[in-house]
Each structure stands twice: as C-alpha cells, then as structure tokens.
Design a protein around this ligand. Structure first.
Ligand code: IPD
Ligand code: CA
Ligand code: CA
Length: 263
C-alpha cells in the first residue's frame, strides 16, 4: 500500500500544481454540466493528468472519477476514486479551500486516501489502520464533549431542489453550536475534522469521490463517521455511501446526530 500512497501523493501534487497555475494565470474556462453544475477546464486538465499517471503506474486498475464516464460504483477489484477538483465553485472565484482527492479501494473498502490543497500546500493522507497525517505530522481530532463548544461545517448540493428540507437541518443545529462554516470542499471538510480545525461536518448528499479519501483520513485521525436521519439501508459500501453523512470528534457524535434528527 505504501507504493500506492506514494504514487497518489505524487499525482495529487502534479495535478495540484497545474490547477494552481491555471487559477493564478486565470487561464481556465467555465462551463455548466447538466445545466446547473459548474465545471472548469482546470477540472478537466487535472482529470487528464490523474488518469494518465494512474494508468501509467497501474495499467490494470479501474478509475472512477467525477469527470470521467465510468460511474458504476460496484468496486470489487483495485479501484481509484478521484475528484480532480473538489471545490470547483470556490476555485472559479479565486478561493483557496480547494483540493485534489484521490482514494484507492479494494473489495469495496478504501485502503488509502490523499487530499491535497495546492494553494496552502497542505497534504492530508492516510493508509487504513496506520493513522492520518498532514504534511508528515500525525493528526488527531480535537477532544470535545459538548456541541456548544464546536464549529461545525456543512455543504449544499449544486442542484437547488428541496431547499427547505436541506436548511431545516441547519436551523436545528445552529442554536446548539458555537458557529457554522460552509467552506466549499467536502474532502477538506473531512480533513479539517481530522486535524481539529472544526469538530464536525454533515451534508445531505455526497458522491463517492467527494468522501472516499477524506473519510478514511478523518477515521484514521480518530473521528466517528456515520449518518443522520437515514430512512433506507445503504445502497453502496459504507466508505462511499454519501447520504446524510456526519463525521465528528467522538465526544459530540451522538449529540450532533440527535440534534439533526430532532424535529
Ligand atoms: C462539491 C463540494 C462541496 C459540497 C458539494 C460537492 P465539487 O464538490 O465538495 O463542498 O457541498 O456537495 O458536490 O462539485 O466542487 O467537486
Ligand atoms: Ca466534489
Ligand atoms: Ca469535482
């Protein structure tokens, strides 16, 4: 797994440098996917680098990327799960809370994850059962026991449907927490829980590429990960099942889940 991780780090840095350069030069173009979701030429450039580098190193492996065609999430064999830019809306507006997310899974279970923010040169990574790291330093979640001491992040879907339902969860939580953040990258939200900069994160619907790497990093840093208000059984392996996710410091997990579920 060390070889997989080293390659994922090398590739994330290559793609990260490319998107940083394109933001600095303002050399990217913007388009809409599905009529409502922003995608830039930097998302595509990053995708091209990541796919070609993975296939050079591991020609037989499968790759599921947000910006590629294959979105069949049955992942029995060695599979890479890639978000070439997580935080595209922020990226296009010159923000720095943007990353490349690369995970490696086998038998439906994520074994290694890399999340790289090229703007802050912050590299988060983990191998299953071997702890989580930020730029070579071991990271741990912050120890907290009351939700009212906590800064909690959330995110919203690109498709602006069911807004009253989505904001009802924020309305429930807000009176119980110190403050809320919407930073614009799910993968970095997981990593910020992992390094203690925030103490929890929840969101109604993530895709596998938003969460695969970050979730492993958060768990390896001691976070608890689960779901709130889940009415149906998971339809994907837990590591990539993004419906109503919560991740937090263990000491507030139950309280946060209860508050989100209390009508
Ligand atoms: C989005 C970001 C955002 C989250 C959305 C995701 P993208 O990914 O992670 O924080 O709230 O649900 O779709 O489109 O920037 O790759
Ligand atoms: Ca994403
Ligand atoms: Ca993306």
């Amino acid at each position: 797994m060390k070889d997989i991780l080293d390659n994922a780090i090398r590739i994330a840095r290559l793609a990260g440098n490319k998107i940083k350069e394109m933001q600095q030069d303002k050399s990217f173009t913007e388009q809409l996917k599905f009529g409502y979701e922003l995608v830039t030429s930097a998302d595509i450039a990053s995708n091209d680098i990541i796919i070609s580098e993975i296939l050079k190193a591991y020609p037989t492996h499968r790759i599921i990327s947000e910006e590629s065609e294959d979105h069949n999430f049955s992942i029995p064999g060695p599979t890479w799960i890639v978000d070439p830019i997580d935080g595209t809306v922020g990226y296009a507006n010159g923000h720095y809370q943007v990353c490349i997310s690369i995970a490696f899974a086998e038998q439906g279970s994520v074994q290694a994850g890399v999340v790289y923010n090229p703007f802050l040169d912050e590299l988060f990574y983990a191998i299953k059962s071997q702890g989580a790291f930020l730029n070579s330093e071991r990271i741990r979640v912050k120890e907290v026991s009351n939700l009212n001491q906590c800064v909690i992040a959330t995110g919203f879907p690109h498709k602006k449907e069911n807004i009253a339902h989505i904001t009802s969860f924020l309305a429930r939580l807000l009176p119980h927490i110190r403050d809320v953040r919407r930073m614009g990258s799910a993968a970095l939200d997981y990593c910020w829980v992992a390094c203690g900069r925030i103490q929890g994160y929840y969101e109604g619907g993530l895709a596998p590429w938003d969460m695969a790497a970050g979730r492993l990093i958060a768990i390896e840093a001691g976070a608890t990960a689960g779901h709130y208000a889940l009415n149906t059984p998971p339809t994907l392996p837990e590591d990539i099942f993004g419906v109503n996710i919560i991740v937090s410091s263990p000491g507030i997990f139950e309280e946060m889940k209860n508050v989100l579920e209390t009508t």
